[in-house]
Design a protein around this ligand. Sequence first.
Ligand SMILES: O=C(O)CCC(=O)C(=O)O
Ligand SMILES: [Fe+2]
Length: 136
Amino acid sequence: MGTTRHSDPSFLTVLLQDAVGGLQVLVEDDGGSAEWIEVPAVPGALVVNIGDYLQLLSNDRFKSVEHRVVANGAGPRVSVACFFRTYGAAASMRVLQPIVTGGDRARYKSATVEELLRHYRAKGLDGTSALDHFRL
Ligand SMILES: O=C(O)CCC(=O)C(=O)O
Ligand SMILES: [Fe+2]
């Protein structure tokens, strides 16, 4: 089992993976090149990923991490992902607005959690960022 590359529709994601491992994150260096880095399976350790909502809210100060799971042929794999975002109809109507500091400009238009999630689902895990759609 694996997943294609994506970043999560959440503020934070807390992840527990079993000993099979296979989780990789995309790490970019200052020169603009990027490399997939294996996240080692450490017994009992939790992985905390920054999600797209925190990137939008922080106006790019915190970047959501692109990740994928490469575990095909490794046998059964179990992982537990806990997505921190708002749930329920009323909460999902809350507007996320970039917090702009220090003379910066808003880099995203404001959007509700519902709008962000709808776009994320409609787009699918096609390797592009759902945030591009909301970028100013
Ligand atoms: O299974 C994993 O380790 C990661 C799963 C994941 O990226 C997700 O559910 O968004
Ligand atoms: Fe994910």
